[in-house]
Design a protein around this ligand. Sequence first.
Ligand code: GDP
Ligand code: IMO
Ligand code: MG
Length: 430
Amino acid sequence: MSNIVIIGTQWGDEGKGKIVDLLAEYADTVVRFQGGNNAGHTMVVNGEQFISHLVPSGILQGKTCIIGNGLVVDPAVLIEEIDYLQNKGVQVHHDNLKISERAHVIMPWHKQMDVARENAIGDKKIGTTGRGIGPCYEDKASRRGIRFSDLLDSDVFEEMVRENLKEKNFILENFHSEPGINPDDVIREYTSYAARLKPYVENISETLDRQLKSGSRILFEGAQGTHLDIDHGTYPFVTSSICVSSNAASGSGLGPRSLTDILGIVKAYTTRVGAGPFPTELFDDIGNRIQKKGAEFGATTGRKRRCGWLDMVILNNAVRLNSLTGLVITKLDVLGGLDELKICLGYDYNGNKLDYFPTSLKVLAQCTPIYETLPGWPEDISGIRTYDELPANTKSYLKRIEELSAVPIDIISVGPGRDETIVLNNPFKR
Ligand code: GDP
Ligand code: IMO
Ligand code: MG
């Protein structure tokens, strides 16, 4: 029985939402295991676009959707998203959406602190989404966090809000010169969220274990990407959660042997939103063309995404860190019409070739990409549905990625729609 993990290999926005929506047809349950509403996952079905920030992307296929213990959840955003989906005619109810009682709750001070801190550091800012993700994970690690089980217990919740605000208000007022937060307002606001979300909250580890024992197939939906991972990414220009595949188990309350296949989602080029190193970034007309043709704007913040060539140093880092069993190449259609394409094979650092990603940002800043050039293809491939029909140069580009990564390509995406896809090897059918 297959349980498949979907993971971003680059800096997020690889098209995870589309692929989860596609593969959810063959799964029984879809689980998010980290991050929060910093994620923006896009699905396009019959020409209609849906963007989800917290609800797993299996919801359109009518599957059981689970928000695992590894997430930080803004309850107001979750309620808004449930309403948005219901208004679009999608069934969302507590029998098909479940929230872990161990997931952490994003509080108003987390959001205020996230924005205030970014403003305070000026040009060193990380370019966070401002959703309070980092400060909420900090409180989790420092054992001051509020979990859904605490939110649902009014006495515990009230005490935790008052306790937390003693310290948070001191920092907000005295360090950031920001207005403090009134505990009574927070308690009132969050009590109404608790009432609305209570039916959805349960012990997810137990739920998933029961499902596995009854033979259900589980699809784990990663958010962000390998190079935004708190341990393995371009620290400090990262998010605050563990984005690599091993956290699919821990972040949903299962053991690692429940993960069978790991699919790495690879955008056919590279993008990054927010600040931080990006060796293959393009600052020329080709970069602009890719940005425009790929409609590269953040699904959460609407910011323009930085664009560059495919980087095998990055991809091979992701192969190793995630134990990838297959690749999904997305947005291949966007590269059509370019005379030639470049793939980065390694970095030149003071005359030496590095084929691994340096830990030191100072070293990385002195690295220049070593490129291999491949011929492009003039054709529009977005209407193609079989591998054989792809232009010869498109096939060569794909073959080269397989050779350089030593991982087979299972799925090719040639457009945003669910059906704009070439499935070579469905991991649920292996
Ligand atoms: P995620 O965060 O990894 O789920 O990715 P996003 O949804 O943030 O960004 C991917 C964007 O590319 C979305 O607008 C998708 O609709 C779109 N998309 C996904 N796959 C393809 C593809 O193969 N071709 C094109 N042109 N767009 C795609
Ligand atoms: P999906 O799941 C792309 C980036 C932010 C910023 C950094 C830290 O849609 O691929 P945070 O708010 O998490 O503290 O911001 O991480 N970032 C993402 N970039 N896709 C995402 O998610 C991202 N989530 C966070 O832009 O640079
Ligand atoms: Mg996204």
